[in-house]
Design a protein around this ligand. Structure first.
Ligand SMILES: *Cc1c(COP(=O)(O)O)cnc(C)c1O
Length: 381
């Protein structure tokens, strides 16, 4: 009789990565480097021949800039956007030769810091142009085409045209604008903003020349080649979310959030659970208390609505999410032990689905992930 072959246990890269979390860690945020690099390459292929820049503001959308920036660089990204000079300085330490744009521009008093770290501000108003042009260093120029948030408005554009001396010595490396409704492919604002942007570029050419142009964010890239112009600015799609919801799973999941079981208890019917006693156990149940809470960015709005997974087994979130702890009904997982990890965002729970349950958007879920989480990269890029 042939001896039975024993196949080795399948060890998932996620399990290996989780095993490296400090034994005392309550929550772990795993970053799939290969998925991040794949998402960059997929977006770059879609936008080509336009350049694909990566937006890594808010600590790389909450994933940790030290983890994501080098992966994006190795995937071929050479231009990065951050919101603030402080973020740019942190990025400069990681990537010595990248082009780094700072979206908020030179805030009063920040010109020296921008120069010191070789950051390029995005100039959003005439005062910022005035503050920057004396440096003789390059910058981007933002023109508003419908957001009413940042960028030269119509009157500032007119003033710049009427008084071109305001642009003396100004070196514009990029002219950009930002789409307000790119998540809705059929929205009339998209084409309107593109037309307005092209018209402003034409009008301003005598003053700023014809620098490369950028309009599209992640969903703008999906709108099509017309929107890519010379450079696209990819943010959320890099990190695995598709806000338009058009093709779920189009981008690979990058972030996986796990919380650790601290305590298990068996409870009788009628037992109340958590602050406010908002949940009462209907039948005898086993409850698992997990060391993650809203202080870690796990949304409190998931109270009595969230879900966790132990392996393939779904565990309903019961009661209110508290600051450091969340309770799940683990009756369906008799093998669960203290120290085990519960998946809260991941293969079973894409960030877009978690955000929908929480009544918010993937951007908010990711960027609020807390500093207490162990951030662990896994896989090769
Ligand atoms: C945040 C931001 C982006 C990236 O947007 P996503 O929707 O995350 O791709 C691009 N451009 C500007 C000006 C931004 O503020």
């Amino acid at each position: 009789m042939p001896s039975p072959t024993i196949s080795p246990p399948v060890i998932r890269p996620i399990d290996t990565a989780l095993a490296t979390a400090a034994p005392q860690a309550g929550g772990a945020l795993l970053i799939d480097r290969a998925a991040l690099a794949d998402n960059y390459r997929a977006l770059a292929a879609q936008a080509a021949p336009a350049e694909t820049a990566a937006v890594v503001k808010a600590d790389g959308y909450g994933l940790g800039i030290a983890e994501v920036a080098p992966v994006l660089w190795r995937a071929g990204c050479r231009t990065f956007f951050v919101a603030l000079a402080e973020e740019g300085a942190a990025l400069r330490k990681l990537l010595r030769t990248a082009r780094i744009f700072v979206l908020s521009g030179p805030l009063p008093g920040s010109v020296a810091a921008l120069r010191q770290h070789e950051l390029m501000p995005v100039l959003n108003e005439l005062e910022q142009i005035a503050a920057w042009r004396a440096t003789g260093a390059p910058a981007a120029l933002h023109v508003d085409t419908g957001m009413s948030r940042l960028g030269l408005d119509v009157s500032a554009q007119a003033l710049l045209l009427a008084e071109p001396a305001r642009a003396d010595n100004l070196k514009i490396a990029l002219v950009m604008s930002h789409l307000a409704c790119s998540e809705e492919a059929g929205h009339t604002m998209n084409a309107e903003q593109l037309a307005r942007f092209q018209a402003v570029r034409e009008r301003l050419a005598p003053v700023i020349g014809r620098p490369p142009a950028s309009l599209a964010n992640s969903c703008g890239i999906i709108l099509g080649r017309d929107y890519a112009l010379d450079m696209v600015r990819a943010g959320i799609a890099l990190y695995g979310s598709e806000p338009s919801g058009a093709v779920p799973g189009r981008f690979r999941a990058v972030a996986r959030l796990f919380g650790r079981v601290v305590q298990l208890r068996d409870v009788d019917p009628g037992t109340s659970v958590g602050y406010g006693a908002t949940h009462r156990v209907a039948v005898a149940a086993r409850l698992a208390t997990v060391a993650i809470g809203y202080a870690d960015g796990y949304p409190r709005s998931l109270s009595n609505r969230g879900i966790g997974f132990f392996g393939e087994t779904p565990l309903p979130l019961v009661g209110r999410v508290s600051m450091d702890l969340t309770i799940f009904d683990a009756s369906a997982a008799p093998k669960l032990r203290p120290g085990d990890w519960i998946e809260l965002i991941g293969d079973h729970l894409p960030v877009d689905a978690v955000a929908a349950r929480a009544g918010t958007i993937s951007y908010e879920v990711l960027t609020r992930l807390g500093s207490r989480l162990a951030r662990i990269g896994f896989g090769e890029s």
